[in-house]
Design a protein around this ligand. Structure first.
Ligand code: ARG
Length: 612
């Protein structure tokens, strides 16, 4: 860990202990950003109260024992007792170069000291239904969280809890049998799942409910399916397989890391539900109320001021969403051996999931050593502030939405970079269009709603995917030019910015063009370089927080600021035109910024364009 603020902490704690006694050794120094220095320490105020001295005096006592030789050039008390610290530029430079060297040697940044087994339930769309923008967001946020948790060194187990079971499957199977597997209507399952579902639904609703009526047959199908009838089961499997093709097409265009291996849908728990209910009934946690078996976890009160039930067996004997979800917790803890279970699911399901978690706790299936969390995903709204719908009022087709994003990005790149080949522009348009949609999903707190707005998400200014991608693409272009220049100068003996220091491979693990040369040392001289260096040294601490609080928007905020600081640096400090020596240092700095930008984007599941 090369984070200067973190490295200062033990020194401050030593000073606090010597000023107020050893019992204060563990005091949190309360480090905050400072307007006047690099950081400020705010612990003096609370300590002053505890020991009964004026706050400024408490601050003075801490400072008296504070040894920051070689770390800080200035220690000042201001206001009611803030201690302002300014880091020594030489130390910052050392820390940054140590980071560059470690990275060049293949060290992974930000590994946790306590690796866990984390089960992440995300995406989880429903068979024979369109994935809506809400599913898009749980998919995108969940995929970023698994990437971050893996980068931190945790073992992540992805679970795609698809909705593949329940009464609607009666009508869906009947409909499928009626139209025939090779009919154009059956193809809708992959091309327009909502239309397929609506057609089955319409038949069901309009069926004259006679003996041979569609509705009757649909009901019998449910019974056959749940009774394990082989023929019915085979049809169901075909139906699910078709839907998976649709999900996978969406995952592919989005670059989502889910595969069929991660699918553990509702149906996979079916065999365990009867026994699960029995267990809860035997232990007295569940009881029959109005014919249905329910649990009433403490603290959940309905509108009628009565305890809220979690129904686990309906009065007709069927199981529901609550039952399968109890089974998921039990399975994830017992079989998957999770230390942490995350449900990346829409915010409207919060009460349901909290009731499930409470019941599982009561049942002893969720020991307090295992943390279960609902990562709430806020709704995605249309410009009218309501759930996003197409103009006709039908659910938005996700594929069409993604295609539009790519088309819009294509129009921009066609106009701005006509000299690029058609193929190059197509690649960039895909990376920028998809990246913009994903970034918009990630950049706002995951539990807040936001308005889906193409113009805003594709803008080249502000906290957007394209802005961050543009900064990275710009550095790639700088490094390419440097490499060409260096190659041209190579014969003249001025290795200068040789391929070794910052070739096109400068951001990679030193594969391309890394040669044997060590990366050039970075000199931190100009204020813009210093600001960039300090921000770069925050990377590990930031990533740790993203994993702890499950907040990818912190990573977006970090990258946005990094891109801004880079832009300021590039405005103020010439790179390619800088004198020899300075040029190599700045190129090395550029390479590190690029590595963090593209590495960070990768953790968001977003690609970095070569040209933009
Ligand atoms: N299929 C559900 C839906 O579309 C989401 C499932 C989320 N995961 C879970 N374990 N409940 O609303």
């Amino acid at each position: 860990m090369n984070n200067p603020a973190a490295l200062v902490v033990p020194r401050v704690q030593t000073a606090i202990a010597s000023a107020f006694g050893n019992e204060f050794r563990e005091t949190d120094p309360v480090i905050r950003p400072s307007q006047f220095a690099d950081i400020q320490i705010n612990a003096a105020m609370a300590l002053a109260k505890k020991v009964g001295v004026p706050p400024r005096e408490a601050a003075a006592r801490i400072v008296a024992g504070l040894d920051l030789d070689g770390l800080c050039t200035s220690i000042e008390i201001s206001g009611p007792g803030f201690i302002n610290l300014t880091f020594d530029g030489t130390w910052i430079e050392e820390l940054l170069n140590a980071e560059v060297a470690a990275t060049a040697a293949g060290a992974e940044t930000g590994r946790t000291a306590k690796p866990q087994r984390v089960v992440v339930d995300y995406s989880s769309p429903n068979v024979a239904k369109e994935m809506h923008v809400g599913h898009l967001r749980t998919t995108v946020v969940g995929d970023s969280l698994v990437r971050v948790l893996e980068a931190l060194g945790h073992t992540v187990i992805r679970q795609n809890h698809i909705g593949d079971w329940g009464t609607p499957f009666g009508m869906l199977i009947e409909h499928w049998l009626e139209i025939g597997e090779d009919s154009p209507e059956a193809a809708l399952l992959v091309e327009d799942p909502s239309a397929f579902y609506q057609a089955a639904r319409a038949k069901f609703d309009n069926s004259a409910d006679g003996e041979d009526g569609f509705a009757t047959r649909a009901r019998l199908r449910v019974v056959a399916l749940q009774g394990g009838d082989a023929e019915t089961f085979a049809v169901w499997e075909r139906l699910v397989a078709q839907s998976k093709r649709y999900f996978n097409a969406i995952y592919r265009i989005l670059g989502i890391s889910l595969t069929d291996d991660h699918i553990a849908g509702e149906s996979s728990y079916d065999a365990h539900l009867a026994q699960l209910c029995q267990e809860l009934e035997n232990s007295g946690i569940a009881r029959v109320s109005d014919g249905a078996l329910c649990t009433f976890p403490a603290g959940f009160i309905g509108r009628d001021d009565q305890p809220l039930p979690l129904i686990i067996r309906k009065s007709d004997g069927g199981y529901g969403y609550g039952t399968t979800d109890l089974a998921t917790i039990r399975y994830r803890v017992r079989e998957l051996q999770a230390n942490r279970v995350l449900y990346v699911v829409g915010a409207p399901q919060n009460v349901h999931l909290r009731m499930v978690i409470a019941t599982a706790t009561d049942a002893g299936w969720l020991p307090d050593t295992v943390e279960a969390t609902h990562v709430q995903i806020g709704n995605v709204l249309g410009e009218d502030g309501k759930i996003l719908k197409s103009r006709s009022g039908a659910p938005v087709k996700l594929m069409a939405l993604l295609e539009e994003a790519v088309d819009r990005a294509r129009a921009v790149i066609d106009a701005s970079r006509p000299e690029l080949s058609d193929a190059e522009r197509a690649v960039t348009a895909r990376q920028v269009g998809i990246g913009a949609v994903k970034y918009a999903d990630l950049a706002t707190g995951h539990d807040t709603e936001y308005v889906f707005d193409f113009d805003r998400m594709l803008a080249l200014t502000g906290n957007t995917g394209p802005y961050v991608q543009y900064a990275a693409a710009r550095i790639r272009s700088i490094l390419r030019k440097a490499w060409v220049l260096a190659a041209a100068n190579f014969d003249g003996g001025t290795a200068g910015a040789g391929p070794g220091s910052a070739g096109p491979g400068g951001e990679g693990s030193g594969s391309e063009g890394s040669g044997s040369a060590a990366p050039a040392a970075i000199a931190v001289v100009e204020p813009a370089e210093r600001a960039l260096a300090l921000h770069l040294l925050e990377y590990d601490a930031m990533l740790e927080k993203v994993g702890k609080f499950l907040e990818p928007h912190r990573l977006c905020g970090y990258l946005f600021e990094l891109a801004q600081l880079f832009t300021a640096f590039y405005d103020q400090c010439p790179v390619l035109k800088a004198e020899a020596g300075v040029r190599e240092s700045r190129l090395a700095l550029c390479a590190l910024v690029l590595r963090r930008l593209s590495g960070g984007l990768e953790l968001l599941g977003i690609e970095t364009p070569e040209n933009m």
